[in-house]
Design a protein around this ligand. Structure first.
Ligand code: SF4
Ligand code: SF4
Length: 425
């Protein structure tokens, strides 16, 4: 749909500011951790909130504002975390996040992109990854694991492990992919990888507004996964997983495989007794829900933009949107709690109302100070629980939260759930 198709959503935004906070009446536990929108909490002006961006979008399509650096600032100082969308939809059938996406696509197509984002788009196009690194290095993380290489077509497997750009190529994070494959193999799963033929999922292109690049990579990846004949595609990256599940599936191309996040797979293996954590890890931890694994992995039936007028006056959308149906909230908590000796403490903003780490939506590359600020806020919240460590399930969250720890000269540990699981076997 085009930005204009959301005109009524934009018109109906009443500037109530509900989208800046977690649900006021039911979930706020303290004023300190009541904010839900990192952009409005950091930059204070209404225009940085979900509602503010809706009004900016309406002004743009109606010609009251033109493209400018100020508009770019509002549009891209946003981690596309979806917190505004969830809280607004608690009481309305509006879709702020869809407006934000269409606004980015419009700006990208008709105006310009930020230099930092151009760099990422060029990297995807020239190297099939976001790190400007040669394709030949994409397989290095798997050395010694003896995972089947499915790229030549000579070997077959039931499960494709999709490592993603960051777990493949960031030496500080590769251990998550390595541990996941080790654990799956230990539990007896038939696992293969795509090695040097694995391509970026194109999540950065999708988030930044480059629809054409997203579609090109998404369709090519679907075709490649279908051709492998695998039953499941498992990824440890919340970004890849969320995109495969919620947006690849909307492209109208048949997907003959199930999409699973690694932590869902590991949770199932533990519950089936195929992995048995026995070694004690006495520790109090708290869990950070990555946006793309939690609220943004909830699948929805998209609106077709049809509206009806109730009593001839109030416009109502054709299809109500589901909230809280199938985001991945319990599996990581189950895995953590399966480890003997670990106590899991919850942050004030948890599950679908989790505070974003600040890394997504192209923010980490274009506005690193904003990304760090959001992660520092999360670190404060984690420490306020009395936890000794933070656990998450996403390379971008892990990296950004660790950067926040380092920038403050602290030593608060940040783990992936697989780090703890493998140590307890
Ligand atoms: S986007 Fe929704 S929650 Fe935010 S100000 Fe507008 S109506 Fe209120
Ligand atoms: S997507 Fe997240 S950062 Fe962007 S306006 Fe909505 S709540 Fe704020």
């Amino acid at each position: 749909m085009a930005l204009e198709d959301y005109r009524n959503d934009m018109m109906r935004c009443v500037r109530c500011s509900v989208c800046k906070f977690i649900p006021l009446s039911s979930l706020i536990k303290s004023w300190r951790f009541a904010n839900g929108c990192p952009a409005s909490a950091k930059y204070h002006f209404h225009s940085y909130s979900g509602g503010g961006k809706m009004i900016a979008a309406l002004s743009l399509i109606d010609g009251r504002v033109d493209y400018s650096d100020a508009l770019m600032d509002v549009v891209y100082k946003c981690s596309m975390c979806g917190a505004c969308d969830l809280t607004c939809r608690l009481g309305t059938d509006m879709e702020p996040l869809q407006v934000l996406r269409e606004l980015r696509s419009r700006v990208f197509r008709e105006y310009k992109q930020l230099d930092e984002h151009t760099h990422i788009m060029n990297s995807i196009q020239n190297y099939d990854n976001v790190w400007m690194l040669p394709r030949s290095r994409r397989k290095n993380w798997s050395k010694g694991l003896e995972a089947k290489d499915l790229s030549t077509g000579k070997e077959k497997a039931e499960v494709l492990y999709f490592a993603g750009c960051t777990y493949s190529l960031d030496p500080n994070l590769q251990k998550v992919a390595q541990n996941t494959v080790k654990l799956m193999k230990q539990a007896g799963l038939d696992v293969g990888i795509l090695g040097t033929k694995e391509k970026c999922c194109a999540s950065p292109a999708f988030q930044i507004g480059n629809e054409a690049l997203f579609e090109e990579y998404a369709l090519s990846n679907i075709e490649s996964f279908n051709a492998l004949g695998v039953k499941k595609v498992v990824s440890s990256c919340a970004g890849c997983y969320g995109l495969f599940k919620t947006h690849y599936s909307l492209l109208g191309k048949e997907m003959n495989f199930e999409v699973v996040h690694a932590v869902e797979c590991l949770d199932k293996l533990v519950r089936e007794g195929r992995l048995e954590p026995t070694k004690k890890r006495p520790m109090r931890v708290t869990y950070h829900d990555p946006c793309h694994l939690g609220r943004l992995s909830e699948t929805k039936i998209p609106s077709e933009g049809k509206e009806e007028r109730v009593l001839g006056c109030l416009p109502v959308k054709d299809i109500p949107k589901a909230i809280g149906l199938n985001g991945i909230f319990d599996p990581p908590r189950n895995v953590i709690k399966s480890i003997p000796g670990i106590e899991l403490l919850e942050m004030e903003r948890a599950r679908e109302y989790s505070w974003c780490c600040g890394s997504g939506g192209g923010v980490k590359s274009a506005f690193p100070d904003f990304a760090l600020w959001s992660a520092e806020e999360r670190l404060e919240e984690a420490k306020a629980t009395g936890a000794e460590a933070l656990v998450t399930c996403c390379p971008w969250c892990e990296k950004n939260l660790k950067d926040a720890v380092d920038s403050r000269g602290e030593t608060f540990p940040v783990y992936d759930a697989t780090d703890l699981l493998i140590q307890s076997l």
